[in-house]
Design a protein around this ligand. Structure first.
Ligand code: ZN
Length: 160
């Protein structure tokens, strides 16, 4: 079984990134979601998960198919918000809130989108990190840090 070990790991990772295709898996990302405590809220973990979103914070959620991340308020309609802002979203394009009506082809398309977008999201984070660490401000900071001579530091903040 040992030679197949690496392959199993890759398969598991793929399954993880595709896990948000289904409602119950998206819903499972919401733990003690604050808007669930608001009486008569239209925006809850259930309506968010149904509209395609996974939880990313106390009042924020993200679509794994188009990567739109939004802050929500109790009176929001998650599906309306998703349609308004996710014009390039495959989940919105397919538009089936009742996933029992999804065809096999649509399920495969959504799975592929979730996997591709998760990879894209990872790469975007790396690019942002590179951009951040090579910004002129950061470079200036690094250079001034490097050119500071510790011995020349004024010692005016001596403990009394
Ligand atoms: Zn979306």
């Amino acid at each position: 079984m040992a030679p197949g070990a690496k392959r199993t790991t890759t398969a598991t990772k793929k399954a993880e990134t595709a896990q948000f295709v289904f409602y119950k898996d998206r819903l499972a990302t919401y733990k003690n979601f604050s808007l669930d405590e608001v009486p008569d809220a239209t925006c809850t973990s259930k309506t968010l998960a149904r509209a395609g979103f996974v939880c990313t914070g106390e009042e924020s959620a993200k679509c794994p198919f188009c990567l739109k991340e939004l802050d929500f308020e109790a009176e929001d309609d998650p599906w309306d918000e998703h349609k308004k802002r996710g014009s390039d979203c495959e989940f919105v394009r397919i538009g089936k809130l009742d996933e029992s009506t999804l065809t096999l082809a649509e399920t495969i398309i959504l799975t592929q989108h979730a996997v591709v977008m998760a990879k894209y999201d990872d790469q975007l984070k790396i690019v942002k990190e590179i951009e951040r660490s090579t910004s002129p401000d950061h470079l200036y900071e690094q250079i001034s840090k490097a050119s500071k001579r510790p011995a020349a530091k004024p010692s005016s903040r001596r403990a009394k």
